[in-house]
Design a binder for this molecule. Structure first.
Ligand SMILES: [Ca+2]
Ligand SMILES: [Ca+2]
Ligand SMILES: [Ca+2]
Length: 288
């Protein structure tokens, strides 16, 4: 355990580990968007959980470390605006990316661990994200040695062209299997590996199921998306090797839910903004 971060108190390490991806740097920005994602249920079958479901039907938001706007009512967990504006999460991928985040961590009973058997984790979302920057995801956080945290996630995005370019993903509706690592202390994004697959809007019935499947023997995680209420799953990506912790050390092996629409100015907006700033600079010059 001490190899991970010998000088830090476990509680602080938890906070660092989660905040690295959940908080980032809060920025003032006028580009906030309206969004509202609803999770109908979350279920894990296998591993430590056995067969555990949260239907979100007790009107009590009892999940952990919420940021932005997270609430429970009407039989669902809601991730909605206003979120926390975050310009740092992908700043080394593209400095134009600002996320508006409403995120939350699944509570303790949903913890998993290496060596405890296969599992399938499935979340059911009531609607799909809307353009220009719609994005939601289910992820699994665990530690790598030497102060690095890794999150594997499956997501659905609906990006207009500028946002899609910034993320290096296809525009429109797509599913992405992503692995990111970040430094626990500095919270800097270290690596990102993502594969995306375009979704056919005609195939949708309005709901989306996100799934992560763990093969304990092979130590591999697979990602799937269902657009027909769970009858069939799209699994266009190869499973990825993952070395989960053998126990949940300092809150590792936790499931995370992200409602993080991305805000990237379209070129016309950026151009107008640029022209406006030039105009402002010229106006101010005589008095400077
Ligand atoms: Ca429900
Ligand atoms: Ca509840
Ligand atoms: Ca294993």
């Amino acid at each position: 355990m001490s190899r991970r971060c010998p000088s830090m108190h476990p509680i602080r390490l938890v906070r660092f580990a989660l905040s690295g991806f959940l908080l980032g740097v809060v920025v003032e920005d006028a580009r906030a968007v309206d969004f509202h994602y609803e999770i109908e249920r979350f279920q894990i079958v296998g591993n430590l959980a056995g067969n555990l479901t949260d239907e979100f039907d007790d009107e009590s938001m009892d999940w952990d470390s919420p940021i932005g706007t997270v609430s429970e009512f009407d039989g669902a967990l809601h991730l909605s605006s206003p979120g926390v504006l975050d310009a740092s999460a992908y700043s080394n991928l593209n400095p134009d990316i600002v996320l508006e985040r409403s995120d939350v961590v699944a509570p303790r009973p949903f913890v998993v661990a290496d060596g405890e058997g296969d599992f399938t984790a499935t979340s059911t979302w009531r609607s799909l994200p809307e353009a220009p920057g719609g994005f939601f995801a289910m992820g699994l956080l665990h530690f790598l040695p030497i102060g690095v945290t890794e999150i594997l996630s499956v997501s659905i995005s609906n990006f207009a062209s500028a946002t899609a370019d910034a993320f290096e993903r296809p525009p429109g509706l797509s599913m992405t299997f992503s692995t990111v690592t970040f430094d626990i202390q500095s919270q800097a994004l270290l690596t990102q590996h993502q594969e995306s697959f375009e979704l056919d809007p005609l195939a949708l019935d309005g709901t989306a199921l996100l799934q992560l499947e763990f093969d304990d023997l092979a130590n591999e995680l697979g990602a799937g998306v269902s657009l027909d209420g769970g009858s069939t799953f799209l699994r266009p990506f190869a499973a990825r090797e993952v070395q989960l912790d053998a126990e949940s050390i300092f809150n590792s092996n936790r499931f995370l839910f992200f409602g993080d629409p991305a805000i990237v100015p379209e070129p016309s907006t950026a151009l107008l903004l640029g022209l406006g700033l030039i105009g402002l600079a010229r106006m101010r010059r005589p008095t400077a």
